[in-house]
Write a protein that binds this ligand. Structure first.
Ligand code: ZN
Length: 185
């Protein structure tokens, strides 16, 4: 659970640290506002993918499922700055599928916490493997990191792409190819 009081104190210190007057009108409510915002953007810390992926449906034919362009917003754990973009997921079922919105919910579970993109990518793939037990899964994440584009090397618009493959997607290049074609179209 998020400790609102602690976050408020921390934000006050942070503002004092950069030399601000924390009592001026515009900043008066900022610590409380940020505390409540953090409750929302870090709410994945109190959630587990199992909540969303445990309710499955049986299928008789195992056709590939691709869900692309799932928008996400996360926070880089090194700078506490946003990184955001799209997640694309494909899996080849083994008799079981899950509601399509549940894949987006799974993305939220791992995006809404301090995170690194590479780790988020593998966590999504592994959660699907663990709970859905498909023949294989492939996850691709394309994101812009504000800690790279707003400061530091300052390369606006640069995208970081990460990928995770499990099961048949790891061993079958044709499936990977199919995934790329679906994502790029
Ligand atoms: Zn960063």
């Amino acid at each position: 659970m998020v400790d609102l009081k602690k976050i408020e104190q921390a934000v006050t210190l942070l503002l004092e640290g950069i030399g601000e007057d924390v009592n001026r009108e515009g900043l008066k409510d900022t610590p409380n506002r940020i505390a409540r915002m953090y409750e929302e953007i870090y709410k994945g810390m109190d959630e587990e993918a199992a909540e969303h992926l445990s309710k499955t449906f049986s299928v008789t034919s195992n056709e590939i499922v691709v869900v692309k362009d799932i928008t996400f917003y996360s926070t880089c754990e090194h700078h506490l700055m946003p990184f955001y973009g799209k997640v694309h997921i494909a899996y080849l079922p083994d008799g079981k599928v899950v509601g399509l919105s549940k894949l987006a919910r799974t993305v939220e579970v791992y995006a809404r916490r301090p995170q690194i993109q590479e780790q988020m990518t593998t966590q999504i793939a592994e959660a699907i493997m663990e709970h859905l037990k498909p023949q294989g899964v492939m996850v691709m994440v394309e994101a812009e990191h504000l800690c790279m584009t707003m400061r530091g090397v300052e390369k606006p618009g640069s995208q970081t792409v990460t990928m995770a493959t499990r099961g048949c997607f790891q061993t079958d290049p044709k499936l990977q190819q199919y995934f790329f074609e679906m994502v790029r179209r």
